[in-house]
Ligand binder design. Structure first.
Ligand code: SAM
Length: 223
């Protein structure tokens, strides 16, 4: 994998084997904010709940999780945030310590690599922040998780046109199962396959924001 700079000054990687980048070239940090934390209203949830539980499917370098923690703590300094990430490539976790995106608190993520899959700390406002990655194929590791547990899911697999199997009905069914009633999922893709499979799994969906890429993203929810 090759490290590249995106247009908002944050770094990402390109996976040479798939010809896929980990983020949009228009801005990796921008994408974490505008395609995940903002459409799922992490700030609003942090004001309403004592604890927010987030499933980060395709954790990568953890930008989406780090942004969610920063946004939640900005909205409510005493909120607790519990994150479970699913990632199958130890090599990307070993790159986290080399990255310094402009996300408040990302330095805490430097504690993580392929041998240190979890960390936690108490924020300045007294909230408990915990991040844990399950290493392996998300189709399998998601089965270890409790049903109706998560408020939100970030779904950030490589493109459905290149890796359709990562957008399977089975994986969306598992996400549906571990989300609470009213739970929401966001993804950057609006591909037909992705949306059809979300629908088959029980989700309702609508367009997400249009940022950086040609089409809108998708926000889906469990009624
Ligand atoms: C587009 S990148 C995600 C970037 C990440 N969300 C971030 O903010 O840094 C896709 C990630 O999914 C991982 N991945 C691909 N297939 C997977 C699978 N079947 N199970 C778990 N992770 C997978 C890749 O290794 C890669 O890190």
């Amino acid at each position: 994998m090759k490290k590249v700079m995106t247009r908002d000054g944050s770094e990402t990687f390109v996976n040479d084997e798939l010809g896929q980048s980990y983020h949009s070239f228009t801005g990796a940090v921008e994408e974490a904010l505008k395609k995940y934390s903002e459409p799922l209203d992490v700030a609003g949830l942090a004001k309403k709940q004592d604890t927010i539980k987030i499933l980060d499917v395709a954790y990568g370098m953890g930008y989406n999780s780090a942004m969610a923690i920063a946004i939640a703590l900005e909205a409510n300094p005493s909120v607790s945030v519990e994150i479970v990430g699913l990632e199958n490539d130890p090599a990307i976790l070993d790159q986290i310590g080399t990255l310094n995106p402009a996300i408040v608190g990302y330095d805490k993520f430097h504690k993580m690599d392929s041998k240190n899959l979890e960390f936690s700390y108490v924020s300045l406002g007294g909230g408990k922040i915990s991040v844990k990655v399950l290493l392996g194929d998300a189709h399998d590791t998601i089965k270890e998780l409790e049903s109706s547990f998560f408020d939100l899911c970030f779904f950030d697999m490589f493109s459905p046109s290149v890796v359709p199997e990562s957008w399977s009905v089975g994986l969306f069914e598992s996400v549906f199962k571990v989300l609470k009633k009213g739970g929401k999922m966001s993804t950057y893709s609006c591909a037909r396959l992705a949306r059809d499979n979300m629908k088959k799994a029980g989700f309702l969906y609508d367009d997400g924001p249009k940022v950086g890429r040609r089409g809108p993203g998708t926000v889906a929810w469990k009624e």
